[in-house]
Design a protein around this ligand. Structure first.
Ligand code: ZN
Length: 208
């Protein structure tokens, strides 16, 4: 019987990245937080859509372009309806699109807060000799993989490092360099804590 425990962690970043903008009301650079609201402007057949951000200090607004001067014919009715109703999933998708935000504003403040949901896919925690953790992320996070693992498994990062050196830990597809980089969707981590006295505690922490 296999002692492999397969677990899926679904990771949802909590705080969207904040562009650093020269706030004309505050008179200096301030982070702007996403309001999760869109602004849609229809001028004849032309439509503009923005995601509205607000200065964390003075509430001044900044409109981040989603599209500009688009012909109404070229916009899916479902997309327009989602923009006009401030659809939360659409707002989240844009708010967490770090690459697009960086291209539009330059400097961006990132956050490492995440919510982690753990699901046991296969195996039994009480007889686990190895763990196979699959990561699912719905948006980018700046949280490093080693911090995520250490925090969720209840162990120190130096112990994680020692496991790595003793080849008790493997990261796919990017190898162990990925430990010091932000956690990414599709990463899988194999851990074999079979000789560790607290392996049951580690296995159960991995599952809940
Ligand atoms: Zn301000």
């Amino acid at each position: 019987m296999s002692g492999l425990l397969r677990i899926r962690w679904t990771i949802a970043p909590r705080i969207a990245p904040r562009p650093l903008i020269n706030c004309n009301r505050c008179g200096g650079v301030r982070p702007y937080r996403c309001s999760d609201k869109f602004r849609v402007n229809a001028n004849g057949k032309r439509i503009d859509a923005w995601l509205v951000y607000r200065c964390v200090d003075c509430d001044n607004s900044w409109n981040r372009s989603i599209f500009e001067r688009c012909n109404r014919r070229d916009i899916e009715p479902a997309l327009l309806a989602a923009l006009e109703s401030n659809d939360p999933a659409l707002a989240r998708r844009h708010a967490f699109d770090l690459v697009a935000l960086r291209n539009q504003t330059g400097r961006v403040e990132e956050f490492a807060d995440v919510a982690v949901r753990k699901e046991l896919v296969d195996g039994r925690p009480e007889c686990a000799t190895a763990l196979w953790l699959e990561l699912r992320l719905d948006a980018a996070t700046s949280l490093r993989l080693d911090r995520l693992l250490a925090g969720e498994l209840g162990i120190s990062r130096s112990r994680l490092q020692a496991w790595d050196e003793r080849r008790m830990l493997a990261v796919e597809p990017d190898g162990d360099k990925a430990l010091r980089r932000p956690a990414r969707d599709g990463t899988a981590i194999r851990i074999a804590p079979s000789g560790e006295a607290d392996r049951d505690a580690i296995a159960s922490a991995a599952c809940r």
